[in-house]
Design a protein around this ligand. Structure first.
Ligand code: PAF
Length: 328
């Protein structure tokens, strides 16, 4: 694996690889690579010839300097994991190389209106501006490519898709399924900070999503009621404090009046001092489609909460078992 720290050198190398006919894949990370990241890199390696993994702990997306300082850094291990998963290039710039005026904030930042002030954005002001800014820089340096992001950070994925479309960037954004522990807990670099008891309790996030999905399969179309059953599930777990549980439109991230189309269930909760997020999705057919009822009954008879879900007039949701990777 070739290690590059200079942004201009990365752009030059990728131009040359594209000139030689390579398809370029980009996997942006902040390091501390786990199996979720590995699955993103492997997917990029399966679909592209040159695979760049970026390792950059982006200060712009941290609102708390203590959080930034405590962020795990294992460059040697990350390099080995990335190479083994199929990366051909590691881009590991310093903060000064990415933001020459640092510690002064860059004069130009990227703000995605509408998607960034809700959910994670509500409790982490400025976080998504930081993410959007660094991702836009990485896209500018990478040039034409496919970029791989985990669905685990679903709001981040929505923000990245939107900025790539709005700014006409030559990047195809690929969302990849969440990688989970056997009990359903989504992989995250934060899981390492859970106590044994907290680790066990944290599986309630997956269970809450399953309860929400089952209520949808049973025909519930009121977003508040679906959110309510998810919230009740989380609140039943003594060691876990609910932050939010919602059923929203997957594109707008806002609850529609009635649930239909692409729906995302999202939960966030604190386990001890550790904040965890998770989500899952389903496509719902129109409420009035009579054939939907038959399909729904068939799905209900056969679907386990962790299985592929087909609801209403929608196509089977092949995005499960879910996504992984990334995120602070
Ligand atoms: O998901 C992450 O690890 C980060 O938010 C990203 C996308 C690499 C931007 O710093």
């Amino acid at each position: 694996v070739r290690v590059i720290d200079d942004p201009a050198a990365l752009a030059g190398h990728l131009d040359a690889r594209r000139g030689a006919g390579d398809r370029v894949g980009l996997v942006p990370t902040m390091g501390a690579l786990h199996a979720g990241h590995r699955s993103l890199i492997e997917r990029a390696a399966a679909e592209c010839d040159t695979v760049v993994v970026t390792l950059f702990v982006n200060p712009l997306q941290f609102d708390d300097p203590a959080d930034l300082g405590a962020y795990p850094r294992h460059p040697d291990r990350d390099r080995a994991v990335a190479a083994q998963a199929g990366a051909t290039v590691l881009f590991a710039p310093s903060v000064e190389q990415m933001y020459p005026g640092h510690p002064a904030p860059p004069a130009t930042t990227v703000h995605v209106t509408g998607l960034t002030d809700v959910l994670e954005g509500a409790s982490r002001p400025g976080h998504f501006d930081g993410v959007a800014t660094v991702v836009t820089k990485l896209f500018a340096l990478a040039g034409r490519c496919r970029a791989y992001f985990g669905e685990k950070d679903f709001q981040q994925l929505a923000v990245v898709r939107r900025l790539a479309a709005d700014l006409s960037l030559p990047v195809e954004v690929v969302g990849c399924p969440t990688v989970r522990e056997p009990d359903g807990l989504a992989l995250s670099s934060r899981n390492a900070r859970l106590t044994d008891a907290g680790r066990e309790a944290a599986a309630v996030l997956r269970r809450a999503l399953d309860v929400g999905l089952v209520s949808l399969l049973a025909g519930e179309r009121d977003p508040d009621r679906v959110a309510g059953v998810m919230a009740d599930t989380v609140m039943d777990e003594r060691l876990v404090t609910l932050d939010y549980a919602v059923a929203v439109d997957a594109d707008t991230l806002r609850p529609p009046v009635t649930l239909h189309g692409d729906i995302r269930l999202l939960v966030a909760a604190r386990v001890g001092g550790v904040r965890l997020i998770d989500n899952d999705g389903v496509r719902l057919g129109p409420p009035s489609d009579p054939s939907a009822e038959a399909r729904r009954s068939a799905s209900l008879a056969g679907a386990s909460p962790a299985g592929t879900v087909a609801v209403g007039g929608g196509e089977p949701d092949t995005r499960r078992p879910e996504p992984a990777g990334g995120g602070v």
